[in-house]
Design a protein around this ligand. Sequence first.
Ligand code: FAD
Length: 412
Amino acid sequence: MKRICVVGGGLAGVEALRHFQDALVRRPNVHVTFISPHEHFVYKPMLPDVAAGNLSARSAMLRLGALVDDDAKFTILKDRAEGLDASKGQVFVQNHDPVDFDELILATGTPLDMGPFAQNDTTDGFLAWTQAEHISRRVLEAFSAPGGDPEAHKRQLTFVVAGAGPAGVELAAELNASVRRALLPRASEAIRKRFRVILVDRRDAVLPSWSHETSSHARACLEMADIEVRLNDGVAGFDGQDVILDSGARIASKHLLWAAGRQAPQWLQQSGLPLSDDGRLLVNDTLEVPDTEGVFAVGDLATRQTGPAWPRLASTAARQGDIAADNALLDMVGASLQPFEHTPLGHMVRLGHQQALIELPQQRLLTGTAAWALVNLIHMSQAPTLTKKLAICADWLENAIQGQEWTRAWIE
Ligand SMILES: Cc1cc2nc3c(=O)[nH]c(=O)nc-3n(C[C@H](O)[C@H](O)[C@H](O)COP(=O)(O)OP(=O)(O)OC[C@H]3O[C@@H](n4cnc5c(N)ncnc54)[C@H](O)[C@@H]3O)c2cc1C
C-alpha cells in the first residue's frame, strides 16, 4: 500500500483530493490521508462578499467529506499539521499519531501573519469564513449602536483595512459599497458623516505587484468611492480604540481588519525545506520541493525557484493541486513528472458595486460594469461544485429581488 498525504483543505488541496477521487478508481493499492483543521472547504474569493453581507457563508463553503465516496481509500483527518520530517516521511499533527507518507502534497496556503495583533480580539484577520461573518456582524452592530458621544460614535463607524493587496482592496471596496447602498440611505445625517473606510499599506501603491496603470486606476476607483487610501505608512499598533501608524499618526477606530503579511506557517518555516525571501516554500517546475523525495508544495504556499513568479490566484492554486496530485501518482511508479505551465489569464479585482478591474495580458485593462459582471461570473464558475455555483447564484438573485442581507436585517 502506498501512502499519500495532503495537508490543507483550500483550493489547491481540494483539487488534489478531487484528482485522487477519480484516479484511485484504477489504483487499488493507494491510500490518501487528507489533513485539514476544518470540516469545510472555504472558497476564499467569495469571502469579501460574505464580509460585506452580499453572500451567506454557507454558499462559500463545502463539506470536505462530500468530495470523496470511498472510505477505504481516503481518510479525512480533522487535525492541524504542526511538524514535518521529510526524510522519515512523517507529518506530525496536533491530536493524532504522526501520519506516514510516501508522497506529500503541502497545500496550507499562507496564514495571515497578524504579528502583535494576533491576541487582540478586536482585530479581525480576514481569511476564514468565521472571520468574514464576524466582520459582517460587526458592521451591522456598529450601525445599530446608539450615537451618544460623537467621538466614540466616530470610532465605532470607522473601519481600517490593513493591506492593499487584492484581498484588502476587495474587502475595503465591498464593505464600503454595501454600507453605502444598504445602510446609509436609512441612516441619520450624523452616521452618514461619520462612516469611514480607510485602506492602509506600508508599501507605496495599492495592488503593488500589478502594473503601475492598474494600480493607479484601482486607487482612483477606491478614492472616487470615498475610501481613504493611506500608503507608505503601515499599521504599527492597535489598542482597540486607535490604530497607530508607523508615522505615529493615530486613526480613531474600533475596527482593524487585517489582510496583510502572509508567509508559510511557522512549522513549515522550521522544517528545513527551502524558503524564498518572502517566506514561501521553493518548488521547481514540477511543483516538487528541491532536495526532497516526493514532497510537493502548491498554491499560495509555493513559489517558483527560478523564473517569473506565479500569481497567487484561485486558478493557479486549483491547477497546481491537480498537477501535483498527478505527479505524486507518477512519482510512485518512477515515471517522469509533468511541469506546471502557467497560462497568464490576467488579474482581476472587484472594486465595489458594479465596479471591477481586469488586467489582461499586454497590460490591457477592462473596467466598469462589464468587468464586474465578468469577474462575478468567473468566481461563480470556479466554485468547486454545481451545488455551490447554484447556491451563489441563488444568493445573488435573492439580493437583487429582496435587497441585500444588511438591508433586510436592518428593516427586520
Ligand atoms: C479574501 C480573499 C479574496 C481573494 N480573492 C481572490 C480573487 O478574487 N481571485 C483569485 O483568483 N484569488 C483570490 N484570492 C486568492 C485565492 O483565494 C488563493 O490564491 C487560493 O485560495 C489559494 O489556495 P490554497 O489552497 O493555496 O490556500 P488556501 O485557500 O489558503 O487554503 C489553505 C488551507 O490550508 C489549511 N491549513 C493551514 N494550515 C494548516 C495546517 N497546519 N494543517 C492543516 N491544514 C492547514 C487552511 O485551513 C486552509 O483551509 C483571494 C484570497 C483571499 C484571502
